[in-house]
Design a protein around this ligand. Structure first.
Ligand SMILES: [Mg+2]
Length: 240
């Protein structure tokens, strides 16, 4: 398809958990409830969710509880998880938080010329929607070119899905560093390297700035509140 001159040429994809928001423990409680409903077992220990898609978190957690048919149980788990979040939206608001600088960063990206932003998250679509809605962030992102747990197990598959959607919507291609991922985990950084996307890593999750640098991120901030954020993103986008 021929590129349309007035449509966005750069795609910014935001991770959700520990990049834009934190759930303050509500996420773990929702997981626990959905796990019990889908498997009939009490959750003993949840797999480390950092950078994983919901399907992988469920499969790993199920395996550690001796459950063999995780794949068959996943649709019921996914439905229960979406309901568990929906019913906790007030809890999310009171116990969770928008991370420092996240709203302003989304607003700034929204003002950049020829740039479009979406989310790229291991969350289920409905869960991501509840999380961003709880904190009034849902209007900043283009949901039709975002990617979620439903789009694959590996995060790289999610990048491919978001790029394909953005191309279908705008007619432009978002190969290489025309796509910028923003995330907090080593997995986010590795996904960018694997898909040849650019990346800005933010050390607002469980990984330090040194960890994220060591994983291969050239651009690392300790928080989205860092005034260098927009300049850094602009440099990446203009060199794309
Ligand atoms: Mg994250």
């Amino acid at each position: 398809m021929e590129a349309r001159v007035n449509t966005p040429t750069c795609l910014v994809l935001w991770d959700v958990d520990h990049t834009l928001i934190s759930t303050g423990g509500v996420g773990r409680e929702a997981f626990s409830e959905a796990f019990r409903r889908a498997t009939g077992l009490e959750l003993v220990e949840m797999a480390d969710p950092s950078g994983l898609t919901e399907g992988d978190i469920f499969r790993k957690t199920a395996a550690s509880h001796g459950i063999a048919n995780a794949e068959a149980l996943f649709p019921a788990f996914a439905d229960s998880l979406a309901q568990a979040y929906e019913s906790r939206i007030d809890q999310l608001r009171s116990r969770g938080a928008v991370l420092p600088g996240a709203s302003a960063a989304l607003r700034s990206v929204g003002r950049l010329p020829r740039t479009v932003q979406g989310v790229l998250t291991g969350n289920l679509r409905e869960v991501a929607r509840v999380k961003l809605t709880a904190f009034d962030l849902e209007g900043f992102v283009e949901w039709r070119l975002s990617a979620f747990a439903e789009d694959g197990s590996e995060r790289a598959e999610l990048v491919a899905a978001a790029r394909a959607r953005a191309c279908a919507v705008t007619g432009n291609s978002y190969h290489g560093s025309r796509t910028v991922l923003i995330g907090d985990t080593i997995n986010d950084v590795q996904t960018a390297l694997k898909t040849e996307a650019a990346v800005i890593a933010v050390a607002t999750g469980h990984f330090s700035a040194a960890d994220l640098h060591a994983a291969g991120a050239e651009h690392v901030l300790t928080s989205l509140d860092d005034p260098r954020f927009v300049g850094m993103l602009n440099d990446l986008l203009t060199s794309a």
